[in-house]
Write a protein that binds this ligand. Structure first.
Ligand code: UTP
Ligand code: MG
Length: 584
């Protein structure tokens, strides 16, 4: 299935998304040669392990002859020694191969998941809790790794061990095949039942872990609010409930593992096989060496029994995790990159035609918005909090898509523009400006990674940010978020403006929340903004009267509709609502 994404970055391998198992297999496919190696190693390991009881039986027979033949002992001992060295080398290759494959798959899955997360729309990211996404992209990916090493590796290895007694028992007497055969049949029936019961439990284990992480990341994000409201106690309470759910899920898994019948089955197989062999011996059908070899062979069943409990849990956990990762990768995203859309240089004319918009499952936040802006004009959007100013701005670069109506840029519907091209030419400076924990110059050059030092500096000067940056010890190399370096709202805004100067967009949207600052800073920001507005279409969302006044067009929003529109002079005459703002 081809899911429309914002940015489908090119990747080498295409993975099958039709089912969890197919998806995991499609990730394993590039490493088919390692799988072959694992099988060769596992078969070699099992055969060479079976060599030991066979040769031990032969040694007993030689010793129990009326005249013991000691000359065969040395060759037998040497054969056992050499076979076990070869087994060791094969084991090394197999375990190394499995680990290599698991790590490579983990990397590939991480890459695929990260690419798909970056390609998703804001609608998706707003609804998907970050903590859960983090849990899926770290721990769940790791579980898929464990599923292969040790999980699948041990399952393949132990499967070969189960087969050995079935192959070798007829060597002594055909009827001796009964015990390993019955063991194998019951083992797999029990296993199938076990896996069926395990699946919902491991789903619960992974799910509750994701939930706990969601809560953890949210309370760390909101730690300031939490402390401010003295809600630590309540949060701790909520966290322990989540932690208890995780514990309960794990305990449930342990409980089921403990009840798994394989161990009992092994004991019965030992006892039954021994009795069977002794009866054959008493009837003179096999010799004592055969009894010893056969019993040694039955011991091989111990390995699959011991490993099966947790090796299969590991696979079940891995599949649950894979399901969660795939769910995230496949989750629908509404925006479409529209790679074949228009890519030309923008002039900067914007028109809203009967635009209405609501967030998913919400009421209309914008209703029937109509206006037209000429290239290079400055538009001020004013209105009370919650009026829809930010929402209106986010429609222009398709952070969200309109619910009805259309937005035209240079006469072309924004949905008909190539999304990358549209966004490259429109800059939005958000209401709360996010800075990465990187150096100030990296933050400024975010939209233009190749920018030179000079370019960064002149952008900062134009944005009135240069002076305060020089006040830091390490100036442009200062890392945000390190050693207590954080920036004030006004400073962040000027960093964001410097970003905009560098990328030089045709359309600039400035969602300005800093209304109350000292007049010196106010003056600087004022100058930075008028520098930025020059030569491009600019939207300013602001409460600052001085900025509103010199705008070419003023849009007064009230509860999602345009209450008044025009220039300052016009509105002062015609709009009661507008002139009231200036009178107060
Ligand atoms: P806006 O965020 O567009 O309002 O939300 P605004 O005019 O910019 O407000 P201020 O001045 O920054 O405070 C408009 C409506 O959209 C809803 C809000 O609840 C509000 O009623 N909304 C906003 C959502 O439902 N989801 C969102 O992600 C954002
Ligand atoms: Mg806003």
């Amino acid at each position: 299935m081809n899911i429309p994404a914002e940015f489908t970055l090119q990747r080498k391998n295409k993975f099958d998304h039709s089912s969890t198992v197919r998806w995991v297999l499609s990730h394993a496919r590039p490493y088919a040669w390692i799988v072959v190696m694992i099988f060769v190693g596992a078969i070699g390991n099992a055969v060479l392990a079976a060599v030991v009881p066979v040769l031990t039986g032969d040694a007993f027979n030689a010793m129990l002859k009326p005249q013991p033949d000691t000359s065969v002992l040395l060759p037998l001992a040497l054969t056992i020694g050499i076979s076990q060295i070869i087994r060791g080398v094969l084991q090394l290759g197999r375990n190394f191969g499995a680990e290599l494959m698991a790590q490579k798959m983990e990397r590939d899955i991480r890459d695929e998941l990260y690419l798909s997360l970056l390609g998703k729309s804001m609608t998706f990211h707003n609804l998907q809790p970050v903590g859960d996404t983090m849990a899926r992209s770290t721990n769940d990916v790791r579980e898929v790794n464990y599923m292969f090493s040790p999980g699948v590796n041990l399952v393949v290895g132990s499967f070969m061990f189960i087969l050995m007694p079935i192959f070798f028992a007829p060597r002594y007497h055909i009827s001796l095949i009964a015990t390993p055969l019955i063991f194998t049949v019951i083992y797999f029936i029990a296993l199938a039942r076990y896996l069926k019961q395990l699946a919902p439990i491991t789903d619960e284990v992974r799910g509750s872990f994701g939930k706990m992480n969601t809560h953890l990341s949210e309370s760390l994000d909101g730690v300031e609010i939490m402390k401010g409201a003295a809600q630590e106690g309540a949060e701790v309470e909520r966290f322990s409930i989540n932690a208890r759910d995780v514990r309960n899920a794990f305990v449930l898994q342990g409980d089921l593992e403990a009840k798994y019948i394989a161990m009992l089955l092994l004991g019965l197989a030992y006892a039954g096989g021994l009795v069977h062999a002794l009866i054959l011996y008493r009837s003179g059908l096999i010799d004592i060496g055969a009894v010893i070899a056969y019993f040694g062979m039955l011991q091989l069943l111990g390995f699959p029994t011991f490993t099966s409990t947790w090796a299969y849990s590991q696979i079940s956990l891995g599949l649950s995790s894979a399901r969660r990762i795939l769910e995230l990768i496949k989750s629908e995203t509404k925006l479409d990159q529209n790679a074949s859309g228009r890519t030309s240089n923008m002039v900067g004319e914007i028109e809203f035609r009967s635009v209405s918009f609501h967030y998913p499952n919400g009421e209309d936040v914008l209703k029937d918005i109509n206006f037209k802006v000429k290239p290079g004009q400055t538009v001020a959007i004013v209105g009370q909090t919650g009026a829809g100013k930010t929402s209106l701005a986010k429609l222009i670069n398709r952070t969200y898509d309109v619910t009805s109506g259309k937005i035209l840029v240079d006469g072309v519907d924004v949905r008909d523009w190539n999304l990358a091209s549209l966004r490259e030419q429109i800059s939005i400076i958000e209401q709360d400006i996010f800075l990465f924990s990187r150096s100030l110059s990296d933050n400024i050059a975010f939209g233009k990674p190749g920018a030179t030092k000079d370019e960064i500096m002149s952008a900062s000067i134009a944005a009135q940010a240069h002076d305060f940056i020089l006040d830091f010890d390490q100036t442009y190399a200062t890392t945000v978020g390190e050693r207590g370096v954080t920036l004030s709202g006004g400073q962040r805004q000027r960093i964001a403006l410097a970003r905009a100067f560098l990328t030089d967009p045709r359309i600039l949207v400035l969602d300005d929340s800093t209304s109350a600052i000292d007049s010196a800073t106010e003056d600087k920001i004022q100058r930075a903004i008028s520098n930025a507005a020059r030569g491009r279409t600019t939207f300013i969302i602001t409460h600052r009267l001085s900025q509103i006044r010199w705008a070419d067009l003023i849009i007064v929003l009230r509860k999602g509709t345009i209450a008044a529109i025009g220039t300052h002079d016009e509105l002062m005459k015609t709009s009661e609502a507008y002139s009231r703002i200036f009178r107060d």
